[in-house]
Every structure is written in C-alpha cells, then in structure tokens.
Design a protein. Structure first.
Length: 248
C-alpha cells in the first residue's frame, strides 16, 4: 500500500463528510439551538440579568460559521481513526466490496461511539446547562465513549483470536459481554448533574435531529472511504501482499 495515498484519501474523506455535516447542521440542528438560546435568554432577562441581544446575535453568526470549520476538523480526526481501523479489519468485515465493508464499519462506530453513549448522556443544546459543570459533563461523556470504544476494540480482538473456536451457538457471547459492560457502565457512572429547563418537545427535537445528522456523517464517511478503496484499489497497489499479510 502507498502510505501517502492512504493518508490523503482517508483525511480527504473525513474533510468532505465533516464539511457536509456542518452544512447539514445549519439547516436541521441550528434552528433548535436558536430556539433553546432564545428561551434561556428570556429566562435570564426575567431574572434581572442584562443581556446584549444584538451582541449575542452577532456571536451566533460567527458561531455558525465556526461550526462548519469545527465539523470539518471533527471529520478529519474521526476519519484518521476510521481509516486505521478499516485498513486493519478490512479482511474480516462482511460485504462483497469495499463500499459495503466500509459502510458496515461506519455503522458499528456510529453505534459504539455515538449511539450507546447518547443513551446515558443524551445531547443537549449548548445553551442548556450550568456553565460551571461543563467540563465535568464533558468528562463523563468522553469517559463513556472511551469505555464503549475500548470494550469494543478488546472484544473485536478477542473474537479474531477465538473465532475458529466459536460455533454459531456460542458466538453471541462476544456481543453479550459488550452489553453487560455497557449496562454496568450505565449504572455506575453518575447522571448528568444539570436539570433541563427547556420544553421537552424542543429538547427531543434537538436530540433526534442531532442523532440524524451524526448518522448521516458516519454514512457519508463510510461511503466515501469505500468509494476511494474501490476506485483506487489501495489494497492492490505496490507492496499490497506484504501489507495485507501484516494486517491479517
């Protein structure tokens, strides 16, 4: 494999998927954030706080532009992880071509890195929550992601080592262990310390729209990476035999 080609195509895939995520969020997620900020602003003003709404509006414009840039960086960083995992596990993934294999892996990572942690710590609009607890809340969320991700990695490696010894009747043990670990983490880790002060329907709309756009991101990333692999035949370039032997 040509290392430079692998790196460029992987990071480019993340940049494209991340940029599209940022743009999609502008249309789907940001309106709910604007509503949440408006409700919180009115609440603070009713409590006697002096808020410069004009300055806040100007800040939101810059914030929305910055979100696209941040989403691009987010996509690049996750694509680096995705590319490494895909290159390592490509030969073991189900699917008749690299697009299907890549989409399958993207679905797994969406489930492990986003969906499962969101069951314990669902997303809230940026304006919701006590600013004093933001780092504590972030550490809880990241901690749950780490537990979910490392558990999946350890179980995947275990499966690769033991798959020849596992029958159709016993193969379910691997996902069962993951479920047990996640339930344990769900029960042990503390809950979000902040109360939600916005209407439930607005909160759920924000959460479902965020879940949808993140799901679209992972789907796009998997599709683009798979297209690059199918188009460029990265596994068939120079030194592919020794590389695949190393991976497998």
């Amino acid at each position: 494999m040509k290392t430079l080609t692998f790196i460029v195509t992987t990071l480019l895939s993340g940049a494209i998927a991340g940029s599209l995520l940022g743009l999609i969020n502008q249309a789907i997620v940001e309106p709910f954030i604007d509503k949440a900020i408006g409700i919180e602003t009115q609440r603070h003003m009713s409590e006697g706080e002096n808020i410069d709404t004009a300055q806040q509006s100007q800040y939101r414009v810059w914030q929305k532009v910055g979100e696209v840039v941040a989403a691009t960086v987010y996509g690049i960083s996750l694509s680096a992880l995705f590319g490494i995992i895909f290159a390592y596990s490509r030969g073991s993934l189900p699917g008749s071509n690299d697009k299907k294999r890549s989409l399958f892996l993207a679905g797994i990572l969406f489930f492990v890195i986003f969906l499962v942690p969101a069951l314990k710590y669902p997303a809230n609009p940026p304006a919701v929550g006590n600013p004093a607890t933001i780092y504590y809340r972030e550490s809880l969320y990241v901690g749950f992601i780490v537990i979910s991700g490392l558990s999946t990695l350890a179980l995947a490696l275990t499966y690769r080592k033991l798959k020849m010894y596992l029958s159709k009747k016993t193969v379910f043990i691997i996902p069962l262990i993951y479920v047990i670990l996640m339930i344990s983490a769900f029960l042990i880790l503390p809950p979000n310390p902040d109360k939600v002060t916005i209407p439930v329907n607005l909160l759920m709309s924000f959460r479902f729209s965020s879940m949808f756009t993140v799901g679209v991101f992972w789907g796009l990333l998997g599709m683009i990476v798979g297209l690059f692999w199918d188009k460029l035949k990265l596994h068939e370039t120079s030194k592919a035999t020794s590389y695949d032997a190393f991976l497998l």
